[in-house]
Design a protein around this ligand. Sequence first.
Ligand SMILES: Nc1ncnc2c1ncn2[C@@H]1O[C@H](COP(=O)(O)OP(=O)(O)OP(=O)(O)O)[C@@H](O)[C@H]1O
Ligand SMILES: [Mg+2]
Length: 276
Amino acid sequence: MTARVLSIANCKGGTGKTTSTVNLAAELGARGYRVLVVDLDPQGHAGLGLGVAARLGSPNAHTPLLRRQAGLDGAVQATDEDNVAVVPADRAFDGQLGTSDIRCFADALAPLRRIHDLVLIDVPPAAAALTVCALMASDGVVIPTTLDPLGLEGVRQFARSYHDTMLRYRAAPLGLAITPMRIDLRTNVERETLGQLRTAFGPGQMVRGVRTDVAVSEAFARRQPVRRTRPRSRAAEDFSNLADDLVQRFGIDCSAAFAEPAYGRPEGFERGVSWR
Ligand SMILES: Nc1ncnc2c1ncn2[C@@H]1O[C@H](COP(=O)(O)OP(=O)(O)OP(=O)(O)O)[C@@H](O)[C@H]1O
Ligand SMILES: [Mg+2]
């Protein structure tokens, strides 16, 4: 069994891609899935959210995009979360690919697929070339979106690009899962946008989302996932439900269940909420 690879992507910025990546990784890692987060966004936020930055001079998530046949050997770093490892971003990456081979990233990721159950790629917004490289490596795509007209437009735009890429290269064959973020259904605009998304994409492409919760940004400030900083918060509950939906939607298998953590926490680290 090789890992399922999911891109967390949206051409629109600030929709909750990094927040979803970090919190889903921690949730599924705690359940025993061996999870690898690949931070393809030069902002480096996914690494930061898990308390990890690229080591100077070491390979990182962008190395295979700069040099053909450069691998990700030595780029994987353990985190404080059970079973969660990260390939951090090159925060100096300027968006220019050093190769025209759109499979460069997929090829570099292939050996790492064999030793994980799930790879989550945090894809930067408005970065067409990087997005295509990520899609070439992916089985499916998770699209976090805010529930407002611009959010809806962003999802439509992303879905169009995704289908074009699919037609051209047959990338990410398992399709899309749209997840609403920062939900507050007390407002008319959010309820209407949710209805429009459901009509446009159908229940098969929608998964549960995450309600607005200040615990999310508090957790990020502490460089930890919300399930650890506020395990009883509504965001922690929602990320758990979202993880359930994605496991089902994309058929994510857990070959490591009940095994010792593949990536343990540093010695002396106090264990928080773990197995469910
Ligand atoms: N459920 C939530 N409740 C409250 N705030 C949230 C929630 N989800 C995300 N946020 C906040 O929204 C902001 C944007 O989230 P995030 O950085 O994950 O988006 P992004 O799509 O990765 O952004 P970018 O496109 O810049 O990479 C952050 O400040 C984050 O803390
Ligand atoms: Mg981000």
